[in-house]
Design a protein around this ligand. Structure first.
Ligand SMILES: Cc1cc2nc3c(=O)[nH]c(=O)nc-3n(C[C@H](O)[C@H](O)[C@H](O)COP(=O)(O)OP(=O)(O)OC[C@H]3O[C@@H](n4cnc5c(N)ncnc54)[C@H](O)[C@@H]3O)c2cc1C
Length: 565
């Protein structure tokens, strides 16, 4: 079985990477050391930015169909441990988020990681015929200037077999204990707080607790004001499933509690006092210890790490799985361009450069939440409160050497890598906003109203030309400049102001670029383009603004000279 890219690890990070690479025409092998797929919910919260990226990847309809709305999980019920019979204190944890023309998918969705992974595997298999190779462990690798040799160990017909495979690239999506990270010699600095928990998924029977009656997250607080346990409804259709966490303290023997279903249930009843909760099948359970660490570099040469292989943190804030998926989106398009011979190998360095500050910021944020919510010092516990930055819509790469901004030229004006947009600007490096209600100018085009998010895709750059009231000259020179680059790797969109009509002179460009009228004005407003300032936004395949160009041809060339060979 030959492939261009070997991905070690079939969690969400590895599978999202695989699908992105396959979309880009690369061949992949995905090896997974376990004999069976993990049955657990674990990271179930799909943040808004992940949903957007899945739209560009073409799998959003399936995700929305299988996932549950967050509405029933916005409340947190605080109960005493053990229960004192008083009614729970109910806290509204998350800001109610409303969709807007620039942010059409703000609602966090819930889909257990097991079902999320299954959905990704289904697309990979159905669309590309690629199957995850279970029971196949990456053991070691050697790097060469133009390839990587990897050694795999697997079981064939009950016999251990070794395989040596040569690939162009290796990506370690192999989780927190990553072999790839260790063999690359990447440092993994951080801390391991003194704390342990037992976590897993369990069915509840009877009428005491229903996963879909809108109770939200249940949290039990000990008399010393530290959290003792959690129950989160999993919202799996037709089931009554809960994710539980029992947090350790000096009186608890967590190893014993995690040794069997009976021990776990006994401990749960004792800790919470809720002896009327009757449990059914235990789906899985394990000991969990927080680690807060990240790599100093996300790769070296032809080998990279994504997801938990590169960063581990507390689950507070629901950022881990989402961050791993986003690592994969950042890496995939760059790797694809390099592999196709369209981009220099040097652009791969930007994967590490761009993700490092974002992940460092995420670690700070989730650690702060961890200290307030999961492991507070006496008297310092705080209720769950969710800030909008956790939606991950403010993540940005403004400081990246790959991006070009001709409007905001002061690179020293730093912004938190998680909070672009708070400053009221849209800049190069930011998430490209949506703009709905665009209509096709040409009668030949499909007359449907579309949005920019219908156009963005993970397989090419999208060049948005906002000519405003400028003459044809600006558009002509931009389109001429774009002709110098591979036409299959970019798509040009001319966004005409809403006052335009089919008699507009720029309709002559309809053959070189999809020409859309900004019927409701959202395009110019959301991208903050003044009518008298013709502007080009070059949107990368990962949905971030690569360039904000006001000079025309010169800016377009300047950006793409850093991308294409
Ligand atoms: C209780 C809990 C709740 C969480 N809640 C959230 C949440 O709400 N939101 C969120 O975003 N995150 C959450 N997380 C974190 C999230 O689960 C992880 O960040 C996510 O699993 C990382 O995905 P990954 O694909 O990078 O790694 P993993 O899911 O760990 O997958 C790595 C895979 O690689 C395989 N592997 C390892 N070594 C090898 C090898 N040598 N060869 C081949 N295969 C190998 C492993 O078997 C595994 O299948 C939570 C975690 C826990 C434990």
């Amino acid at each position: 079985m030959s492939a261009t890219v070997l991905i070690a690890g079939a969690g969400t990070s590895g599978l999202a990477l695989a699908l992105s690479l396959l979309r880009n025409g690369l061949s992949v092998r995905i090896v997974e050391k376990q004999l069976h797929f993990h049955p657990g919910e674990r990271g179930a919260g799909l943040q808004s930015r992940t949903l957007e990226l899945y739209k560009f990847l073409g799998i959003l309809p399936d995700i929305l169909e299988r996932s549950a709305s967050e509405t029933t999980l916005r409340n947190v019920q605080y109960l005493s441990a053990p229960d004192d019979g008083k009614p729970p204190r109910i806290v509204h944890a998350a800001q109610e988020s409303k969709n807007s023309p620039a942010r059409p998918l703000v609602e966090t969705r819930f889909l257990g990681q097991n079902r999320h992974e299954q959905l990704l595997r289904e697309h990979i298999l159905a669309e590309y015929g690629v199957q995850v190779e279970l029971g196949t462990e990456l053991q070691s690798f050697e790097q060469h200037p133009d390839h990587v040799v990897a050694r795999l160990a697997k079981i064939v017909d009950s016999n251990p077999v070794e395989e040596t495979v040569s690939v162009n690239w290796l990506v370690g999506a192999d989780g927190a204990r990553s072999v790839v990270r260790k063999q690359l010699g990447l440092s993994f600095l951080g801390e391991s707080p003194e704390m342990e928990a037992v976590t897993g998924d369990i069915h509840v029977i009877g009428e005491t607790l229903k996963q879909d009656q809108g109770d939200g997250l249940l949290v039990w607080i000990r008399p010393d004001d530290t959290p003792a346990g959690f129950m989160r409804p999993c919202l799996v259709p037709g089931k009554n499933l809960f994710q539980f966490i029992i947090l350790g303290n000096k009186d608890l023997d967590l190893v014993k509690i995690s040794s069997s279903r009976e021990e776990m249930i006994k401990a749960f009843h004792e800790i919470t006092g809720k002896r009327d909760i009757e449990f059914g099948e235990l789906v899985w359970m394990g000991l969990w210890k927080p680690n807060i660490r990240m790599v100093d570099s996300f790769g070296n040469g032809r080998v990279f790490v994504v997801g938990d292989a590169a960063h581990v943190h507390s689950p507070t804030g629901g950022q881990g799985m989402n961050s791993g998926v986003q690592d994969s989106f950042n890496l995939a398009w760059k790797l694809a361009l390099v592999e196709k011979g369209a981009a220099p190998v040097s652009i791969l360095k930007s994967y590490s450069d761009e993700r490092t500050p974002v992940i460092a910021s995420m670690l700070n944020m989730t650690t702060e939440l961890f200290r307030k919510e999961l492991a507070p010092k006496p008297g310092q516990r705080q209720d769950f409160v969710r800030g909008s930055e956790l939606l991950q819509l403010g993540i940005n790469y403004r400081g990246s050497l790959l991006v070009l901004d001709e409007k905001y030229t002061d690179k020293d004006e730093l912004v938190d890598p998680y909070r672009s947009g708070d400053d009221g600007t849209v800049r190069a490096g930011d998430r490209a906003p949506d703009a709905p209600s665009l209509t096709h100018l040409s009668a030949n085009e499909n007359a449907n109203i579309i949005s920019l998010f219908d156009i963005f895709t993970t397989v090419r750059h999208t060049v948005l030309i906002f000519p405003g009231t400028a003459g044809e000259g600006f558009v002509t020179e931009v389109l001429e400049a774009l002709r110098e680059y591979p036409s299959n790797l970019l798509k040009s969109i001319l966004v005409l102001p809403r006052s335009s009509s089919s008699s507009t002179s720029t309709s002559s460009f309809a053959q070189s670029a999809m020409t859309l009228i900004d019927t409701e004005g959202y395009g110019y407003v959301n991208y903050m383009v003044a009518a008298d300032t013709p502007t080009v936004f070059i949107v990368r395949p990962d949905g971030y603004i690569g360039a904000l160009v006001t000079s025309g041809r010169q800016g377009v060339r300047s950006y793409f000279s850093g991308i294409f060979l």
